[in-house]
Design a protein around this ligand. Structure first.
Ligand code: TRP
Length: 359
């Protein structure tokens, strides 16, 4: 599957950037929603620079009282990245907090955004509700979209591959860029979101059929889960509650097992594991007509997931045994990223007339 570059991307230098909060291991939802695309983009090579980073500063905005969790997950997310095939020779992988320029840019951008605008950000709004902050919203939390604008602009990024929930962040970044350029002169570049064309992949439901795979709901299949764990999780997945006997007609639309197959199964998987059917359409048709049991479909889904996770697990094992290598990759990437961020910061300070000692 080729990821198409839209017209507006091609006009600018193609600098791809995206990141994840280190609050837990990455799961299948991350894989189909984003990681797979990143590896595809990386291998297509159709870009000038590509950055993937671990957003620990952002993770701390709602985990500031749990620093150990954030620290431990830096390592985990880094290993997940390398295991799915991100290649440090092609992609700069770095740690957000190790780049102080990002914090400095955040401070300058804070002048360009109103409190009301931050409170209107739909993603932040729903997170605030969900976290029950009440009237005690930490300033740092409310501010994180501004910090995210710093992440994006510091690298002059033009292409941001993200999920739907991140669109308000990109929009807010674009506003900051416009406002900055208006006041201080053309300095920053407006980014574009790159959203997956495949609707099923944008948000994979949990194994319980709930809207989203989420660590707090305990409904995830992690990239690092072993075969037995995956089997247990798949076999207890939510399907169609009215599909009681094998002969009953079944629903494939609100059925998490079929949604996963839609996102993951290829025709080659059918040929390899379930040659009685040519493709998913044929399997669906049989299920909808009746006469196809859940156990059989789940068994196939298990095979498909194992086919994907086995090589990822092997690479994980290698990096776990060579953890120094992982930290060296992060250190090298961070050094490279800081160089770029400091160039942008220099331009920003010049535009803002605060480059006092430069002359
Ligand atoms: N907000 C993103 C998330 O929760 C992580 C993130 C931080 C990010 N900074 C970014 C994503 C910059 C893209 C670009 O997943």
């Amino acid at each position: 599957m080729k990821i198409e570059m839209k017209e507006e991307f091609i006009a600018n230098k193609r600098i791809i950037l995206t990141g994840d909060r280190p609050t837990g291991n990455l799961h299948l939802g991350h894989y189909v929603g984003s990681l797979k695309n990143r590896v595809e983009l990386q291998n297509q090579g159709d870009y000038d620079e590509m950055y993937v980073f671990i957003a620990d500063v952002q993770a701390l905005t709602d985990n500031f009282n749990n620093p150990r969790k954030v620290r431990d997950n830096i390592k985990e997310v880094a290993i997940d990245y390398l295991s799915v095939g991100l290649d440090p020779a092609k992609v700069t992988i770095f740690v957000q907090s190790m780049i102080p320029e990002l914090a400095e840019l955040t401070v300058y951008y804070m002048n360009l955004v109103t409190l009301a605008r931050l409170e209107r950000n739909p993603t932040v709004k729903s997170e605030i509700k969900q976290k029950d902050f009440g009237n005690s919203i930490p300033v740092g939390f409310l501010n994180y979209p501004i910090s995210q604008a710093a992440d994006i602009t510091a690298f002059q990024s033009t292409i941001i591959p993200v999920g739907d929930d991140q669109l308000p962040m990109i929009e807010q970044t674009r506003e900051i860029v416009r406002s900055f350029n208006n006041i201080y002169g053309d300095t920053l570049v407006e980014p574009n979101a790159l959203i997956s064309d495949n609707k099923v992949c944008r948000r994979l439901p949990g194994t319980d059929g709930k809207a989203k795979m989420s660590k707090s709901l305990g409904n995830c299949i992690y990239l690092k889960d072993d075969s037995e764990t995956v089997k247990k999780k798949v076999m207890s997945m939510y399907t169609d509650p009215n599909h009681i006997r094998v002969e009953d007609p079944g629903d494939t639309k609100n059925n998490a097992v079929f949604i996963y197959l839609e996102a993951l199964a290829t025709d080659e998987h059918f040929e390899k594991y379930l040659p009685l059917y040519k493709n998913l359409d044929e399997l669906k048709a049989h299920y909808e007509k009746g006469g196809l049991g859940d156990v059989k479909v789940k068994g196939f889904l298990y095979d498909v997931i194992e086919d994907i996770l086995t090589p990822i697990r092997e690479k994980r094992k290698y990096y776990e045994e060579n953890i120094d290598l992982v930290y060296d990759i992060l250190k090298d990437g961070t050094k490279k990223a800081e160089k770029k961020a400091s160039e942008t910061l220099k331009e920003v300070k010049k535009a803002m007339l605060i480059d006092y000692f430069e002359e």
